[in-house]
Design a protein around this ligand. Structure first.
Ligand SMILES: Cc1cc2nc3c(=O)[nH]c(=O)nc-3n(C[C@H](O)[C@H](O)[C@H](O)COP(=O)(O)OP(=O)(O)OC[C@H]3O[C@@H](n4cnc5c(N)ncnc54)[C@H](O)[C@@H]3O)c2cc1C
Length: 440
């Protein structure tokens, strides 16, 4: 029996990222060159950022994507940006999980990556609606507010985030809900139109000498005499080095990397135009927003502030985008009751990739470089790690990334197909319920 979603979907509803209205992924049907210095697999933010940095150093690269350039998560995400704020999400007890000296370096590097991101937008003149709008993180339970306090301390100890805890009685200053038990405001955070950002990166990479090839599916490679023959559906390209930047779409071509990543679908919806006044009545300061639940919500105004874009793990397995959209609509109106009756015009999905340790990774193995494991928060991080990978390839960097000094663990008997996700979803839902979060 098919569900009736007419109450929820506006006329003309589409199953397509809202962002693609202004910035659809770029077809680049360029013929595959025979030779290159670096073959980059994956034409998202990580691969394009690598290509930009290589281009700046005069190193030739070819960016290969089996779909259009920017087709992956890079043009589908929420466009919420922060520095070390996104690291804190990895583990509430990062302090215990990672060597304190390395953790301090990671936090410092993640903070600096936010500055680098802003500098890149300026330098390459990327027209992508960038705004330094700040971030609000809602505490879904009283104990979550304690965790946010620890996160605020970690960020403020790093010196620049200006993180502030908001108790429940001050929630009204930020958001029109009484579902949260307070929250955290981080000033050093921003928003971007992710598809325009990705297109801008692609244009910069091209300007700096990279060749972009869409529709090229990498099947694997062989290595002889220190050079690689990269096999694709369009023939072979010979390269001095390979860079893997496939994140949540990592597949059988790169089994070692695949075993270290857990791909998870994330879904988003866009409301119909509401007008800025109504958006601001709900999201007072037009920031980017998230929360502390296991099954977290993330949301923000559209760049023109006329709509609300809302995302979350509507399902832990592949599910129909309409069903997921309807579920997100329920989550949205439960959180922001003023939006009851508002319809949605777009719903879409994309894949993120979690590493087992919930931290991002950059590195090299057998001459193959990689930047992988965004853990749901990769616009700034993947821009940074792509740049780190390029520096790794060029050599001579006297301060390798802290993220390259972490082990990149896998799970016993795991081949990259996360059969356990339905159980994880159930466990997460149960934990949120035990914390008192009940969606009506
Ligand atoms: C719905 C959603 C919301 C998100 N919200 C946010 C957010 O608000 N803020 C934030 O910072 N991050 C967010 N993220 C995460 C962020 O989008 C990702 O971390 C980031 O885009 C990853 O970039 P990437 O270049 O590593 O991978 P992707 O952009 O996913 O690109 C990987 C590419 O590899 C290609 N590929 C895979 N295998 C092959 C092959 N064998 N041959 C050729 N090509 C191949 C794919 O076609 C794909 O285009 C979100 C993600 C999703 C899905």
């Amino acid at each position: 029996m098919s569900a009736d979603f007419s109450e929820i979907f506006a006329p003309g509803f589409v199953e397509r990222p809202f962002w693609w209205e202004d910035g659809p992924p770029l077809p680049a049907p360029t013929p595959l060159p025979d030779e290159t210095d670096v073959a980059i697999i994956g034409g998202g933010i990580a691969g394009l950022s690598t290509a930009v940095e290589l281009g700046r150093a005069g190193v030739k690269s070819v960016v290969l994507d089996r779909e259009a350039i920017g087709w992956g998560a890079s043009s589908r995400n929420g466009g919420a940006l922060s520095g070390a704020g996104s690291l804190g999400r990895a583990k509430s007890n990062l302090q215990q999980a990672v060597d304190p000296k390395l953790l301090a370096e990671m936090v410092e590097e993640a903070e600096a990556s936010f500055d680098e991101f802003e500098a890149l937008i300026e330098r390459e003149q990327l027209d992508c609606h960038y705004r330094r709008c700040g971030r609000f993180v809602g505490a879904h339970a009283p104990k979550a507010l304690d965790m946010l306090k620890r996160r605020a301390d970690m960020l403020n100890a790093a010196g620049r985030d200006d993180a502030e805890i908001l108790t429940r009685d001050r929630l009204e200053e930020e958001i029109a809900t009484d579902r949260y038990h307070g929250g955290l405001v981080i000033q050093r955070a921003g928003s971007v139109h992710p598809a325009l950002y990705t297109r801008g990166l692609a244009a910069a990479a091209k300007r700096l000498g990279a060749t972009l090839c869409s529709g090229v599916d990498v099947k694997g490679w062989t290595q002889t005499g220190g050079r690689f023959a990269v096999e694709t559906n369009h023939g072979v390209v010979r390269a001095g080095t390979i860079m893997v930047a496939t994140n949540g779409y990592t597949g059988a071509a790169t089994p070692w990397h695949r075993r270290r990543l857990i791909p998870v679908p994330s879904y988003m919806i866009a409301t119909e135009p509401l007008g800025e006044a109504r958006v601001r009545a709900n999201l007072r300061n037009a920031r980017v927003y998230g929360d502390t639940k296991k099954i977290l919500y993330y949301f923000r105004p559209s760049p023109d502030r006329s709509r609300i874009l809302f995302g979350g793990r509507a399902s832990f397995v592949d599910t129909d985008v309409r069903r997921a959209g309807a579920r997100l609509h329920r989550f949205l109106t439960h959180l922001l009751p003023d939006l009851r009756g508002v319809k949605i015009t777009h719903a879409w999905r994309g894949n993120v990739a979690f590493a087992v340790d919930m931290l991002p990774h950059v590195g090299e193995r057998d001459g193959v470089h990689f930047a992988l494991g965004c853990n749901g928060s990769g616009v700034v991080t993947m821009t940074h790690l792509g740049r780190c990978a390029a520096r790794q390839i060029i050599g001579g960097d006297n301060r390798p990334s802290a993220f390259s000094r972490l082990p990149f663990p896998t799970l016993p008997f795991y081949d990259g197909r996360p059969w356990f996700m339905p159980a994880v979803g159930t466990w997460y839902r149960m934990q949120d319920r035990l914390d008192g979060w009940k969606v009506g």
